[in-house]
Design a protein around this ligand. Sequence first.
Ligand SMILES: [Zn+2]
Length: 74
Amino acid sequence: MPPGDEQRPRPPTEEPPCMVPGCGAVSERSLALAEARKVFPALPEGRRAHLCRAHYKEWKKGTKKDRELRRLGW
Ligand SMILES: [Zn+2]
């Protein structure tokens, strides 16, 4: 290994991992923790909630359903 080869370029995935317990996938989105907790109440403390693509989708679905249910009079 030639000297200096240890200084590798930073990996493109600098985002922290998904914060949903048990997931740990690379996060793609971050949103306000309070918002995220409406769908994922088990999220750890923090300022922002980092979610992977799958969980972000789930969050979007969850919040949408919430709105629809309210419209239906739940
Ligand atoms: Zn996730």
